[in-house]
Design a protein around this ligand. Structure first.
Ligand SMILES: C[S@@+](CC[C@H](N)C(=O)[O-])C[C@H]1O[C@@H](n2cnc3c(N)ncnc32)[C@H](O)[C@@H]1O
Length: 247
């Protein structure tokens, strides 16, 4: 029998970003997640790269048709690298007036989030499989996002891998251009050296301002995820950074 996840294999392997910000990981989904994928993906999912594997609703210009995707017009929050989706589901449930688009390259996380969306009856969450930077660059227009969330991105600790980090000047400029003026970019990491590098990159972007002047107090609305728990158990300190587009 062909499992629902089998159709995604070539998408996982395709080198859309020559310098990927994520580690390609292969993992079995297990029957529960295969079932979630088979039933729920057609309702709430789309593929960033492969129209046959969940077509993206598009405008005449080939951009993501956000009102059609959600069935309404509301401020949009983009979460890059939603992992297992616990944060997405919790924040979306607490914030029904905004829509949440979670983009993740790791299929088991997508399947898990779909299960959470169903179990919690969330109407304001959609999930995209693939490279979030590709989606942002090619499918989202300027000033289309109310917020961007980047929680516990892969730290790429080795110096020769820093170029793979998602928070770096060119990516930040891209994300900032897609925020509305006043919209926020919220990052969190348990990797102190990456946190310092993030602060430097965000401070250096002339279109962003940092209301807290440095690291932000941990917001109560951001739940602890598996990755964060692992970092805390290792004795890592967690830093939040919340900056705003100012021009
Ligand atoms: C360390 S995990 C953290 C997951 C989650 N945010 C959390 O806090 O538990 C980073 C995740 O980002 C995803 N990721 C990294 N770069 C990405 C990209 N360009 N597009 C989509 N997902 C990405 C990875 O697949 C991985 O699941």
């Amino acid at each position: 029998m062909t499992l629902p996840s089998a159709a995604f294999r070539h998408t996982n392997a395709a080198p859309y970003e020559p310098l990927r910000t994520f580690h390609p990981r292969r993992s079995q989904l297990g029957p529960g997640r295969e079932d979630a994928l088979a039933r729920l993906w057609p309702r709430w999912g789309f593929s960033v790269h492969d129209a046959e594997q969940g077509p993206m609703p598009q405008t005449a210009d080939g951009l993501l048709d956000v009102p059609r995707l959600f069935g309404r017009e509301a401020p949009l929050v983009l979460e890059i690298g939603s992992g297992m989706g616990e944060t997405t589901a919790a924040m979306a449930a607490a914030d029904p007036a905004r829509d949440y688009l979670a983009v993740e390259a790791h299929l088991p996380g997508i399947a898990h989030l779909l299960g959470l969306v169903e179990a919690q009856g969330l109407e304001n969450v959609r999930v995209a499989h693939g490279d979030a930077l590709d989606l942002v660059r090619h499918r989202l227009p300027e000033s289309s996002l109310d917020a961007v969330h980047v929680f516990f991105p892969d730290p790429w600790p080795k110096a020769r891998h820093h170029k793979r980090r998602i928070i770096q000047p060119a990516h930040v400029a891209l994300l900032r251009s897609r925020l509305v003026v006043g919209g926020t970019l919220h990052c969190a990491t348990d990797w102190v050296e990456y946190a310092d590098a993030m602060l430097e990159v965000l401070d250096a972007d002339p279109g962003l301002e940092n209301p807290s002047g440095g690291f932000a107090p941990r917001p109560a609305h951001r739940p602890v995820t598996k990755f964060e728990r692992r970092g805390l158990d290792l004795g890592h300190e967690v830093r939040d950074l919340v900056v705003r587009r100012c021009q």
